[in-house]
Design a binder for this molecule. Structure first.
Ligand code: SAH
Ligand code: SF4
Ligand code: F3S
Length: 445
């Protein structure tokens, strides 16, 4: 770098855990090239915004955020760089709409960031204004050889595969993150050992389709078992799997390995077979429920969570009723429920009409949220009177006199620090005496 001062970089991350994990890779690559990171946006020479494109409100949130940066950029020199799925999705339409952006880089192009940012900073020093773009998707990029600069805490993300080949008709991810590719298990295990040595107690394996992981003769069941064998690691989680890749060996691995958490996030998306077909999900409702039964009978007390979309193209009241029925039958521990949001490029945008009125989508979401809230509360109340093991994470959000942590099934537990056991990264037993739809309340057993 031949810049006058060492540039200070501030990074902000939106979207899913893959973006959290990518931001850690970006930080590592930039630090290696001499950039310094700051938590303080007001002092930054470069602001990186890692973005999401999954629904229109994700786009809106980012535009609102960028307009905050406009004030900052009027006051002093600032390079604004947009990373992630929205950059990849909108490309130059994004810089046209928001001219304050200097650099756009998509999820497979982060190795180019040090040079793109250096060029942008040099140009700015000379009073020149030029835009930088790095938006190539790759079939091979897995950021091999780059050890993420991890956020502190108890959990370490490890991205084990990138991209997605499923092309669910509603989803933009295959267009923003490109083709599916899995990492070499040796480097994943090396990362797991490194995370353990640095004091992380939990590992979450990440991929858009994490259970279709495959590298030579390694499948996901073998991978998760090997990661869970890492000395010093207490818990291993994974997200998100697709129901199509759930062989018995994987369910057994989850059931039998003491370090693999008994929590499965199993996106359902819809309960009507006609809608599932239009979505391209490759399973019917009955197959999904059969999988749920298989999982529940092999992994007793498993915590099951899901994602559901309301108001997909042509969804009738009857289709929606099927989804409600499935939610009652599957008895999820919790669910993320979304209004369908048409995404550019997707199969649904090209082939189907987004014809469910926004108000109807909203009503369906509200009804399903209510149904699920009741089920979640009932399921959470089953823990009352039981002793559960918790991995301590941090102070509770509401009060610093309370600590919070997660059960093996990823349910939040809160307890008074006066009862002891609030050191992050430790395992503790708590007796559950009350429960809401969001939280279990614990005390000394
Ligand atoms: N790869 C993950 C999902 C990633 S997106 C998986 O397959 O499970 C997370 C969730 O966002 C999806 O499960 C889906 O429920 C929701 N989603 C994706 N595209 C959407 C869209 N166009 N409108 C509304 N919700 C969407
Ligand atoms: Fe999107 Fe489907 Fe791939 Fe998940 S599996 S990322 S919903 S295309
Ligand atoms: Fe969003 Fe991209 Fe993740 S679209 S949900 S940040 S993969």
């Amino acid at each position: 770098m031949i810049l006058k001062t060492i540039p200070q970089v501030h990074i902000e991350t939106f979207g899913c855990q893959m973006n959290e994990s990518d931001s850690e890779l970006v930080r590592s690559m930039l630090k290696r090239e001499g950039f310094v990171f700051t938590e303080d946006r007001e002092r930054a020479d470069v602001v990186l915004v890692n973005t999401c494109a999954i629904r229109e409100n994700a786009h809106n949130k980012i535009y609102a955020h960028l307009s905050e940066l406009r004030t900052l950029k009027k006051q002093r020199p600032l390079v604004v760089c947009v990373l992630g799925c929205m950059a990849q999705n909108l490309k130059s339409a994004m810089t046209e709409k928001e001219p304050l952006i200097d650099v756009l880089a998509g999820p497979d192009a982060y190795r180019q960031l040090p040079s793109l940012l250096t060029t942008a900073l040099e140009a700015q020093e000379q009073g020149l204004f030029q835009k930088g773009f790095a938006l190539d998707l790759s079939e091979y990029e897995t950021y091999e050889g780059i050890m993420p600069d991890r956020d502190s805490g108890v959990n370490a993300w490890i991205t084990v595969m990138r991209g997605c080949d499923n092309f669910c008709s509603f989803c933009v991810v295959p267009y923003t993150r490109g083709r599916e590719r899995s990492r070499d298990p040796r480097s994943i295990l090396h990362e797991a050992r490194d995370a353990s040595a640095r004091g992380f107690r939990q590992i979450t394996l990440l991929g858009q389709n994490v259970n279709s992981y495959r590298h030579e003769d390694w499948d996901f069941a073998r991978l998760i078992t090997a990661v869970a064998d890492t000395a010093g690691i207490d818990r291993v989680r994974f997200t998100s799997p697709h129901p199509k890749d759930f062989p018995v060996a994987l369910i057994k691995a989850i059931a039998t390995h003491p370090k693999v958490c008994k929590h499965i996030h199993l996106p359902l998306q819809a309960g009507s077979d006609r809608i599932l077909e239009l979505m391209g999900r490759t399973y019917a409702g009955a197959e999904y429920l059969a999988l749920v039964d298989r999982i529940r009978s092999t992994v007793p007390d498993v915590v099951l969570t899901t994602d559901i979309i309301c108001g997909f193209c042509s969804e009738s009241d009857e289709d929606f009723q099927s989804t409600s029925r499935m939610v009652e039958q599957a008895q999820f521990d919790s669910a993320y429920i979304f209004k369908y949001s048409e995404r550019k490029h997707t199969i649904a945008a090209r082939k189907y009409t987004d014809d469910v009125p926004d108000q109807v989508k909203g009503m369906r979401v509200a009804r399903l949220v209510e149904t699920q809230r009741r089920i979640t509360l009932e399921r959470n109340r089953r823990y009352i009177g039981k002793d559960v093991e918790i991995l301590v994470e941090r102070d509770a959000t509401r009060s610093s006199t309370q600590a919070m942590g997660k059960t093996d099934g990823n349910i939040t537990v809160v307890w008074d620090k006066s009862t002891g056991d609030f050191k992050p990264g430790t395992l503790t037993m708590k007796h559950i005496f009350d429960a809401s739809a969001a939280t279990l309340y614990g005390e000394c057993p």
